[in-house]
Ligand binder design. Structure first.
Ligand code: GLN
Length: 192
């Protein structure tokens, strides 16, 4: 059976996720309004600017709709800005920074510095056979996680990949590398 997965398409790295999902064999859909969530098993919240995405989610009503669908079992995958949007606590966020508060973690935005401090490094995900190339662009990290959060990878600065039930987050951008492992992993969460 095909899995229907959406990519939140308000701002940020939308088409890269969309193409990765297609390459994994999933039925992908761009989500711009609450109605687009119907029938989805999972949703990716991409990287971009968390403040901008958050405001647009609020404006379109997608903030409440995503929380509601998540409570009904829809899986979520937040990359970079998407991680900040899913977190329950954001350090040094913009005033009135909107976030969905679904994942019980504290996030520090831009934890590695500014745009020109962007970098790539191999990431070892716990229990995975092979490391994955991580692209970090003004990336956030998780500085604190509650007991129900499973830490999947970390660097010196903090946690960079984690899972809570069927919610997955990464500080880095798996959609920007030619490696589908993280997207395949997310699809297993969408199926369960
Ligand atoms: N620093 C950005 C933010 O917090 C995220 C950057 C990114 O998604 N590449 O919105």
């Amino acid at each position: 059976m095909e899995i229907n997965v959406g990519v939140l398409a308000l701002q940020g790295a939308v088409s890269e996720h969309y193409h990765h999902l297609r390459r994994c064999g999933a039925e992908a859909r761009k989500v711009k309004r609450p109605l687009d969530l119907e029938g989805l098993s999972g949703l990716i919240i991409p990287g971009g600017e968390s403040t901008a995405i958050g405001y647009l989610m609020r404006e379109t009503g997608l903030d409440r709709a995503v929380v509601e669908k998540s409570r009904q079992g829809m899986a979520l995958f937040g990359t970079c800005a998407g991680l900040a949007l899913l977190a329950s606590e954001v350090e040094d966020g913009a005033a009135n920074q909107p976030n969905l508060g679904l994942m019980k973690v504290r996030v520090r935005r831009n934890a590695f510095g500014r745009q020109r401090e962007s970098f790539e490094t191999m990431v070892n995900v716990e229990k995975w056979e092979k490391p994955l190339l991580g692209v970090f662009i003004r990336a956030p990290v998780i500085t604190e996680a509650s007991a129900e959060v499973q830490v999947m990878a970390r660097l010196e600065e903090g946690i960079i990949a984690a899972r809570q039930g069927n919610m997955l987050v990464t500080s880095f951008h798996p959609e920007l590398v030619d490696d589908l492992t993280m997207h395949h992993y997310f699809l297993t969460l969408c199926e369960s």
